[in-house]
Design a protein around this ligand. Structure first.
Ligand code: FES
Length: 348
């Protein structure tokens, strides 16, 4: 069996005969940006430090002669020829590098959907280059510092070839920016966004069952992470639990049904906190968890929602044995400012 060595961490990944480098990495849960998976877009371009590989048929616009001379290859088509292929991937501790955030990226709103009485979804397409981001990250959006200051919003979909982004925005009482989104924005408007930011991107090497816990529009980053995992054929069980006040506050029902029908390892379990309804779990998520899971010691847990919700869920999952190092959280503070990763953690 050939192996791929990730530089600089030294992590080794086996590559089965006939597998591309991208396929081998994904089988072991290591995320690598990709789009066309056919040597046409250049998204999966990576520097090969040592070893030989068969590049296969790729387009010159995706991998120029200059790129080739400098040792770059497209991993969606590359197959190792030598026993060992060393490629540049991630940080010293084998985490994926982040994309440097950019300011004032222009997007057009192509659709606005009222998801629940309080949550609207904006669907947007880039005018320029699509923003590169990891599932689970967020952007900032605002208009005028006085009337609609910059606020952080998670992206609700995994990266797509056309660069489309989905944002799910809750109308916050007295929230200037969310009021601007809910009351003033219309289809066809142009927005300037900044990003991506955040490190709620999950452990790419996760090979455990996954439990996602969300409240309200905290669902957004978990949709993005789940879409990416299912797309790369993640096989371990994935359970998504959404806490909502009433049935009217549940959204993405169609997508949840689709994922359940298409992926046998995906389970959706909503719970209602202010309505008794035999079709759903009933009660606060931390209270219904022990009735759903007896032991979470083997799980990776992703939690997103208000700080109070996140804290209560952390306590509940720890009581069920979830190990601290596999609990990942995103708490939404009203006026949170984006955090910028150090340079060594950014793609250069
Ligand atoms: S994913 Fe498009 S070239 Fe590899």
């Amino acid at each position: 069996m050939q192996k791929i060595v990730l530089h600089p961490s030294g992590r080794e990944v086996e590559c089965a005969p006939g597998d591309t480098v991208l396929a081998a990495l994904e089988k072991k849960g290591h995320a690598l940006p990709n789009n066309c998976r056919a040597g046409a877009c250049g998204e999966c371009k990576v520097k090969v430090v040592s070893g030989q590989f068969d590049q296969g048929m790729v387009l010159d616009m995706a991998l120029s002669q200059d790129d080739r001379k400098q040792g770059y290859g497209l991993m969606c088509m590359a197959k190792p020829l030598t026993e060992e292929l060393v490629i540049e991937w991630g940080t010293e501790d084998a985490r994926p590098k982040l994309f440097p955030p950019k300011e004032n990226q222009r997007y057009i709103i192509t659709e606005i959907t009222q998801c629940t009485p309080k949550i609207k979804q904006l669907r947007m397409r880039p005018i320029g280059k699509a923003m590169r981001y990891w599932p689970g990250q967020y952007i900032t959006l605002g208009d005028n510092p006085n009337t609609a200051p910059e606020r952080c919003y998670s992206i609700a979909n995994a990266p797509r070839q056309d660069g489309e982004l989905l944002l799910q925005i809750t109308q916050v009482p007295d929230g200037k920016t969310s009021s601007w989104v809910h009351q003033e924005l219309a289809v066809g408007d142009m927005l300037k966004i900044n990003g991506p930011y955040g490190t709620f991107i999950g452990d790419p090497a996760t090979d455990t069952p996954v439990l996602c816990l969300a409240a309200g529009s905290g669902l957004a980053p978990l949709l993005s992470l789940t879409e990416a995992a299912l797309r790369r054929d993640f096989r371990k069980p994935v359970t998504l639990m959404l806490s909502a006040r009433t049935e009217a506050d549940l959204y993405e029902k169609g997508l949840m049904s689709y994922w359940e029908a298409k992926h046998r390892n995906f389970n959706y379990k909503p719970t209602l906190t202010h309505e008794s309804n035999p079709n759903y779990l009933n009660g606060l998520l931390p209270d219904v968890l022990p009735k759903t899971f007896k032991d979470l010691s083997e799980h990776s847990i992703f939690i997103a929602g208000s700080p109070g919700f996140v804290d209560a869920c952390i306590e509940a999952v720890k009581k069920l044995g979830a190990p601290e190092e596999r609990i990942f959280t995103e708490g939404y503070f009203d006026q949170a400012q984006p955090t910028i990763a150090p340079k060594s953690h950014l793609v250069s």
